[in-house]
Design a protein around this ligand. Structure first.
Ligand code: GKR
Ligand code: MG
Length: 428
């Protein structure tokens, strides 16, 4: 089997004005769709976060991939890593999302190769990763503080007749009542059974109040998580954490860095989780040294693919870490890859994050994935089990061109609402 062509398509998808530690989501989120084509005309799909840097790197990776056999992942990885040189975890950046190029490039290619392998053998990706540890993958409701609006050109009132989640998705949520209303609408629509709030957006005591309001509204059987994306000080994290003991399933990245996470972890009786302080294999010795977290949120986009995520799972089981899954705004190719990986990872026992409910567009034939009681049911279709809707891809590519965005920059978006607003690595 030989890869003969690689298509790289940047797209922009409508994204609502969601708040986080780095500012505000732009009206569009950027993704890149990768399609590898073989001599016998099979295509394999991959998806990664969009940025001009990743786009250029993917273009530069083309001739390292064309001519290769998709089953020879070691050779492809070797070539990519040689070509781009070392890019350590220090390139991750301080934003909530990971900004390394090499891991994203390889992840996109590796997922597309797995899709090809699956299509060539008639087996779903989950089977190529070791087979099903489960048939259904649970996801959690991912809440955000947000301004009024649905994102895109039309902003608020994109659909004044919307009801249910479609209406709630447009509404502002800036206080505990707004957060609870958002949670109810999201859980009613998708059936999620655990809830995460993206924190780091409001003063800490307000976010704690929102968690307590969620507990009050949903009771003790719905696990709750709070993620301030590392902008609290150790003192603040401990002070707020004391009020959240017995309330949170886990406390995600309250502070920055493994050492600080270790301090907070030792002071509190709450499991700590991360997708910010332990984010690459070079971080694992520090994770052991500082015991910085109890749970690692894996993400194949920045751990360097599906196989690397299984290697991370082996570390977690050897060193007593739980495993959950991180997300960013995305469409269904990433969602399918996340679900196949989660289904093939026996020790991934927490409900995974997904931003999917916040998006409304899709690049797939058959449209958007449907959650069943908060879970995705893993299909037996070959590969990722998805087909590309080329007309939709073209439409979302045109949207990428017309929206004019080439990088995610939540600080600039926030400054449009709050002039002079600045990201601070530690705000409270
Ligand atoms: O979408 O604003 C967001 C999140 O803050 C995202 O960028 C983070 O990477 O979901 C993420 C997290 O759990 O830290
Ligand atoms: Mg997080």
């Amino acid at each position: 089997m030989k890869i003969t062509d690689m298509h790289i398509t940047p797209i922009a998808i409508v994204d609502p004005p969601l708040l986080n530690a780095a500012g505000l989501h732009a009206p569009y989120a950027l993704r890149i769709i990768i399609e590898l084509v073989t001599a016998d005309n099979i295509y394999g799909l991959g998806e990664v976060p969009g940025s001009a840097k990743t786009l250029q790197a993917l273009e530069a990776a083309k001739d390292a991939v064309i001519g290769k056999d998709p089953f020879q992942l070691n050779a492809i990885k070797q070539e990519i890593y040689t070509r781009f040189g070392e890019e350590g975890v220090e390139f991750r950046g301080e934003a909530p999302w990971d900004q390394r190029r090499q891991v994203h490039v390889f992840s996109a290619l590796e997922v597309a190769c797995f899709d090809l392998m699956g299509k060539a053998t008639g087996r779903p990706v989950v089977d190529l990763l070791g087979g099903r540890a489960r048939d259904r993958v649970d996801f959690s409701a991912y809440l955000f503080y947000k301004y009024e609006g649905a994102g895109g050109e039309l902003g608020f009132g994109a659909d004044p007749n919307a009801t249910g989640w479609a209406a709630a998705r447009q509404q502002a949520a800036l206080d505990p009542d707004g957060v609870v209303a958002q949670a109810k609408a999201m859980c009613d629509e998708f059936g999620f059974k655990s809830i995460k709030l993206k924190g780091g957006a409001m003063p800490p005591a307000e976010e704690t109040a929102a968690m307590l309001a969620l507990r009050e509204a949903f009771g003790p059987n719905v696990p709750l998580r709070l993620d301030p994306n590392a902008i609290w000080s150790v003192e603040t994290a401990i002070e707020q954490g004391r009020k959240l003991e017995g309330i949170l399933e886990y406390y995600e990245d309250p502070v920055r860095g493994q050492e600080n996470m270790g301090k907070v972890r030792r002071a509190l009786n709450i499991p700590l989780a991360t997708n910010m302080c332990t984010t690459g294999f070079e971080h694992l010795p520090g994770s052991v040294q500082h015991h910085s977290e109890d749970i690692i949120l894996s993400d194949h986009h920045f751990w360097g693919g599906l196989r690397a995520s299984l290697e991370l799972a082996a570390f977690c089981s050897a060193f007593g870490r739980g495993l959950s899954m991180h997300s960013n705004s995305h469409v269904g190719i990433s969602l399918a890859a996340m679900a196949h990986l989660a289904a093939a990872t026996p020790n991934l026992t927490y409900a995974c994050d997904t931003h999917y409910p916040w998006q409304s567009e899709e690049v797939l034939v058959n449209g958007r994935f449907q959650f069943d009681e908060g879970a995705l049911v893993i299909s037996n279709e070959p590969g990722l089990g998805v087909e590309l809707d080329r007309a939709k891809l073209e439409e979302l590519h045109d949207q990428y061109i017309s929206c004019g965005l080439t990088e995610r920059n939540d600080e600039i978006e926030m400054q449009k609402v709050v002039p002079g607003w600045k990201f601070e690595a530690q705000r409270w």
